[in-house]
Ligand binder design. Sequence first.
Ligand code: SF4
Length: 734
Amino acid sequence: GSYTRRAERTVDTVCPFCGVGCALTLHVRNGRIDRVDGAPGPANDGRLCVKGRFGMDYVHHPQRLTQPLIRRADAPKDPAILMHGPGGRADHAALLAQFRPATWEEALDVAAAGLARVRDAARAAGLRGRAVPVAGFGSAKGSNEEAYLFQKLMRSAFATHNVDHCTRLCHASSVAALMESIGSGAVSNPVRDCAHADVIVVIGANPVQNHPVAATWIKNAVRRGARLVLADPRRTELARYAWRYLGFTPGSDVALLNALLHVIVTEGLVNEPFVAVRVHPDDLRALREYLRPWSPEAMAPLCGIDPATLREVARAYAGGPASMIFWGMGVAQHSHGTDNVRALIALALLTGQIGRPGTGLHPLRGQNNVQGASDAGLIPMVLPDYRRVGVAAHRAAAEAAWGLAPGTLPDEPGLTVVEILDAAYEGRIRAMLIQGENPAMSDPDAAHARAALARLEHLVVADIFLTETAALADVVLPAAAWPEKTGTVTNTDRLVQLGRPAVAPPGQARADAWILEQLAQRFGLGWDYGIDPHGGAPEPDSGIGRVFDEMRSLMPALAGLSWARMLREGAVTHPVPAPDDPGHPIVFTDRFPTPDGRARLVPARPGAPAEPPDADYPYVLITGRQLEHWHTGAMTRRSAVLDALEPVPHVSVHPALLARLGLQAGQPVRLRTRRGQVTVATRVDEAVPDGVVFWPFAYAEAAANLLTIAALDPVAKIAEVKYCAVAVEALAPD
Ligand code: SF4
């Protein structure tokens, strides 16, 4: 950065919120981030949404953790503490009072000793692999280097793949289906490629709220003449730009998409030359056969869209000439999420709408670094760069790079997020390390998740605030926030960008990578990157640089992207196989990364929602995000402007349902499911269908996930937080 006349410094970095990955300029005065401007990055070209522009003051919030904490002997873990306090929001002072301050030395020793104690007892009992009762949740909000170190620490110190992160709760089903079909979980084309699309399909995503700058590129494309198809049970704002809006019945995704596929295979819309060279030879015949009964006429009663519209949309998509699909959590977060994505992939493959500008498949990634954390191996099934743990050569390469004895790494995948918390509840997982994730808020059936966390013998949490999860920990380690450290993140477009520190961590807060190195040393792993505890600077000779270069040595996708190049260029799209390779915003242009280069067509089987409405619980609860708040609210609810814009939780209710309940907008209702009940104010919203209510999960005082169901997709183990049965009741007058 450079000093200006007003003693203001500027630092160019990346937004810490969503997966769009907007470049921004932080203006720093007197050690504080004073103002934020959009910078001309590849993803945003200077544009920012309200979170990027006004949400950065969470960094300076007085509740930042500034010293290590150890649970007091007289403070038993009790999830009920999260439900008390003014307005139902936990009382921060009461949460803090459970702990005593400690030195870093003591806190790290206690943190490591507790994990080692559980590990050693398990080893003595002969437990191996996923049966090791230790697990870790890393973070999609940290850097690539932190994600890499986190999975390396868990795998090296505990010889288990019980390591996962919130990708399990967002795009696990997308990644599972994409890997199975085209051999890669990554997006094929960047968001801004919609500038070259003639038809844009957005399904189960609300980018105006959740990927706001991405939505502006889609709106620009519509203004230029692209035809937008929006498929979503909620008539969200993008519907105003849509050529066709498909307000389909919640949970009927497979019926809707198979009807489109049926039209394509029966009306001669298959791109035969493309399929002949790019798809496995047997698959088209089998899929054609499978799709025979799925006509628009047969599916219309199930999905609620008339046959003529289904035919029109299928023809438009197939005809393009260039057609692009975006999808989000509305597709992925279902107990049949993998099948939903299989159908989307088949649409692109049958019509050849992939591998060219303005085409392709784009699962919109949620968090700023969920792509990068997944690339780095923060997943129980794969090592860095999606190398499966079951392949001996992949394990051997990691063992050699990490200085582990041959055979250390187990050959079976570890447990996933929801499985880990279930195991914790049942006592099969007894110790955990959690860095920058908040499962007490983000996981389905939160009362169960909280009870599971409280039952752990030993829980170590590293975070910037005393989150609902940290409040149940034995040891809390104060971490540095994103604008306080150097590191790289990878956005939804596979764009790897450099984050630079603007301010110093408060008090004794330390960079997560340093915390991981310190823990590794206590496990005798011999790490000596020399990571700067204070976040470091973007310099060639640095601990983070050494981590980056080690990471890319295990990742063919980053082989040509050295730390020195990263510092020089600041933003490069992977794969970057060679040093002189410019990077590849569009992939799968002539082959897919499968053994024979061809893709597979996999039939999408229908799956009913795990918990349909019934007489006792007659409505459907959909949970999700909103523009002003980020996920569990740990950051944005501590941002003055964002919290002022949306200070209290509201459930969105159709006016007809509100009228039946005899309520005015704003009056409270009781939402009750088989898992729990919460009282929350209503907001009238014609975008939700009558019979469906929508509720953001950012609010600790009325946590939406207390009500959601932990039913899992059998393939991807993602939870169905987009659908459960709920009762909506007016409160009896006092
Ligand atoms: Fe940040 Fe996403 Fe908003 Fe861009 S669109 S400013 S990355 S939250």
